[in-house]
Structure formats: structure tokens, C-alpha cells
Design a protein. Structure first.
Length: 202
């Protein structure tokens, strides 16, 4: 059987690829989308870290009060001062310590671990009495935020612990002029900036 050139051409397999221009356009589109999506994703992750720590800290304070009532002991809750980016790469590093009359060996291990991506500032340390009440002349306020607050992650949570009832209110802190790019991870407010009036319940 003799095949002519026209007949042979019918049996040729056509293999089409992408041209250089098409590849450049595709890469450009992917780069543009990544540039738009990545910052939003990072801010979402940072905000979730702040929200998760806030929830854990609120539960921790509740557990300390319950433990005080259970064992009829007084517990002093102290904020642990930590300078900017001073947390080692260890999840078992806490921003709060608790000293109770009954020397409970487990209560401190329940404190939420803190890391370098967030910061917390409180107006004072406080004492929980044996009946679970707060011994303080004013509400205790804890502000929790992201170290990247000024660059996009605008989550700034606050907890108000009412004295003497111990009722905990979660809210948003609206005074932000004191936030810098190198916030201490954990510290007591020495400038009377942290006050319950700036924490609005959410």
C-alpha cells in the first residue's frame, strides 16, 4: 500500500504546548494573586493567635478562682515580665504565674503558653481569696494584641476582671496610640494607659 504525503499528514500527531507569552502571563497572574492574598492570610493567622490566647487566658483565670474555692486557699496571680522577642522556642513558657497557699503543683501548668508573636499588658497583679473573689480596689484589665498590630493585624482584645466578683468580660481595647513596633511580650502598665473605660465589651 502506497501512502501519499497528504495521507501521511493525516496521521501526524499534533502536540501543542504553551507559548512563552502565555507562560509569562500565567506567572504574572499567579504573582499578583499571591501578593493580594498572602498579607490577608498572614493577618488572619496573627489575629487567630491573639483570639486563641485571649480565650485560654480567660479560662485560666476562671480555673484559678475555682481552685481557690475548692481548696479554700488564696492565690496570687502575677504577670511574668518578658521583654520584646525574649521568649525562647519552647511552648512551655508562660506569661502568668500563680502562687497559692496550698502549693498546688498543677495550677501553673494550666497557664496558656505565650510566644513572641503576641503581647499582653495588664494594669496590675491581683489576689484571689479563698472564696473565689478578687481582692482589688479596681478592676483588673489585660490587653492582648499582635506584635504586628501597626503593620496590619488590628486585633486588640481585652479582659476585664471585675472586683470583687471575679466576673470576666471580654472586649475590644480602643486606645491604641501607645502601641509600638517593639512591644514587650508581657508587662505591667506603668503609665496608667490600661483602664477599663477603654475596653468595650464585644
Amino acid at each position: 500500500m502506497i501512502f501519499t504525503r497528504k495521507k501521511l499528514n493525516k496521521f501526524k500527531i499534533q502536540i501543542n504546548g504553551f507559548s512563552l507569552v502565555e507562560l509569562i502571563v500565567a506567572v504574572g497572574m499567579i504573582s499578583t494573586l499571591s501578593g493580594l492574598i498572602l498579607p490577608s492570610f498572614l493577618n488572619w493567622v496573627r489575629a487567630e493567635k491573639v483570639n486563641a490566647y485571649t480565650r485560654e487566658l480567660r479560662e485560666f483565670f476562671r480555673v484559678v478562682r475555682l481552685d481557690s474555692r475548692r481548696w479554700s486557699s488564696s492565690c496570687l496571680i502575677n504577670l511574668v515580665p518578658i521583654t520584646h522577642r525574649a521568649v525562647p522556642k519552647d511552648r512551655n513558657y508562660y506569661g502568668y504565674s500563680v502562687n497559692c497557699d496550698n502549693d498546688s503543683p498543677t495550677i501553673n501548668s494550666l497557664a496558656p503558653a505565650i510566644n513572641n508573636s503576641i503581647f499582653q499588658v495588664s494594669n496590675k497583679n491581683f489576689l484571689v481569696t479563698p472564696n473565689g473573689r478578687i481582692s482589688s480596689d479596681q478592676p483588673i484589665v489585660v490587653v492582648i494584641g499582635s506584635q504586628y498590630y501597626n503593620s496590619g493585624s488590628k486585633t486588640l482584645n481585652c479582659l476585664i476582671i471585675q472586683a470583687p466578683t471575679g466576673h470576666i468580660i471580654k472586649g475590644k481595647f480602643y486606645a491604641t496610640e501607645w502601641i509600638t513596633n517593639e512591644m514587650a511580650v508581657s508587662k505591667i502598665d506603668q503609665d496608667n494607659i490600661i483602664n477599663p473605660e477603654s475596653c468595650l465589651p464585644s
